[in-house]
Design a protein around this ligand. Structure first.
Ligand code: G3P
Length: 417
């Protein structure tokens, strides 16, 4: 039996479900055994995979978050493109069967898909209906705008319904990148980096600056609680324990919410500033894809291709989507959920899909692709924390982010062209 290592970044409920998916494949045949290995956060997993490749100790499969795509695409020689892997191993693979917005994110300029869409998500809002009721808010009408959010946060705290109005995961992904997409604001030149390595950051606009200032102001007032850097590890516990009434997180936060919330949870699209856009754009995808690394024995690649075919089956995809809150990656998996009556039986389970597909994505909302973005994400957290500490205004922090981020982009461009 050939063992195939799969490095991943899924802890908690998601990790358990990922292991069940691998075991599901292992049970279907005897030739290969997928061995999942948890490597920490997305950032840590990507860094570990690159270091392992340099030391010739790379796994066959590594799960890389969406913002690592630019780095992986540039890592020629390290990556075995998925379209090629499937063709080399005679496994059928039809990109048009996958959701268009997901395929576009992970294809090269010739339209070839380079990594396997496995767990794509998009951020949504969760809220505690019991806290809403206790605060005198309508539990069936979550705030749609940031003005409504401010009023709801204040009412939750002032009424004594909970000590915290709102908390959030991912300042970078939700309150910087998706914020820009929803409000139809450019994040960077050259179509947010899709047009080539020469792109520059351009997110230092007054609207994002105001939003960062607002978050800092609400934190000062005690109605917003910062969840920490990168994924915001303190946010989900603060929501699940009933301390914060509203919570923004990946649609895949659904798994933990369903497993652990002992109150009724509402699901809603992300709020927007109605003086910036009349109606918000689509949100952008997050989550991760599976990249195959070069340099492993041929029999491992046969097994990887068979595993990827297994992962793409409608039943496997639909189960994973429904159990976790990740998007249904194939059209067939979404159709299957509809036939099963899943979305009707589970109100809010399609909030993510609706929000992502409500308008045709444009160059500000189809996503971003920049090199060295793991480091840029760390800069976003650092600059945002400087605003929280009142060391900088939102505008000063974003100007500094653009300058420091562009420095990283120029270094990345020089190293990869
Ligand atoms: O929590 P996930 O897996 O949906 O990922 C969130 C972000 O997209 C990571 O960049």
């Amino acid at each position: 039996q050939t063992e195939i290592a799969w490095w991943h970044a899924m802890g908690g409920e998601l990790g358990a479900k990922l292991e069940a998916v691998a075991e599901g494949f292992n049970q279907t045949q005897d030739d290969y055994r997928i061995v999942p290995v948890y490597r920490g956060t997305y950032g840590e997993t990507l860094t570990a995979a690159i270091a392992a490749f340099r030391a010739s100790e790379q796994p066959a499969i590594v799960q890389v978050y969406e913002v690592g795509t630019g780095t992986m695409m540039a890592a020629q020689g390290a990556v075995y493109p998925v379209y090629q892997l499937m063709a080399d191993n005679d496994q059928p693979f039809e990109p048009s069967e996958y959701l268009a917005s997901v395929v576009g994110y992970y294809s090269d300029t010739s339209g070839n898909i380079l990594s396997l869409p496995f767990n794509s998500s998009t951020p949504i809002m969760y809220y505690n209906k019991e806290i809403f009721e206790a605060a005198g808010l309508d539990p069936e009408t979550p705030p749609a705008t940031w003005a409504g959010m401010e009023a709801a946060m204040n009412q939750i705290v002032e009424s004594g319904a909970a000590p915290c109005g709102m908390t959030t995961a991912w300042i970078s992904w939700i309150h910087t990148e998706n914020f820009s997409a929803l409000h139809n604001l450019s994040y960077g030149t050259l179509e947010n980096g899709f047009g080539g390595l020469g792109a520059e950051f351009a997110m230092n606009n007054e609207h994002l600056a105001r939003h960062w200032d607002n978050l800092a102001h609400w934190e000062d007032e005690g109605v917003f609680r910062y969840g920490g850097p990168e994924g915001g590890p303190d946010a989900q516990p603060a929501f699940l324990s009933g301390e914060c009434g509203l919570f923004m997180n990946s649609s895949a936060g659904r798994a933990a919410v369903v497993a652990n919330a002992d109150f009724e949870v509402g699901f809603a699209p992300l709020p927007y500033y109605d003086d910036v856009v009349e109606t918000p754009m689509n949100s952008i995808i997050g989550g991760a894809t599976l990249w195959v690394m070069q340099g492993r024995p041929a029999e491992e690649y046969e097994g990887v291709a068979a595993f990827f075919s297994y992962l793409s089956q409608p039943e496997v995809q639909a189960d994973w989507h429904q159990d976790t809150g990740y998007l249904p990656i194939t059209n067939a998996a979404y159709d299957l959920g509809q036939e099963q009556g899943y979305y009707e039986a589970n109100p809010g389970s399609d909030t993510s899909i609706m929000q992502m597909t409500r308008v045709e994505p444009n160059e500000n909302s189809k996503g971003l692709r920049f090199g060295s973005y793991t480091q840029v994400r760390a800069l976003i957290d650092e600059e945002f924390e400087a605003v929280l500490a009142s060391d900088k205004t939102g505008q000063e922090a974003l100007d500094s982010l653009v300058e420091r981020g562009n420095q990283l982009l120029r270094e990345f461009e020089a190293a990869n062209s």
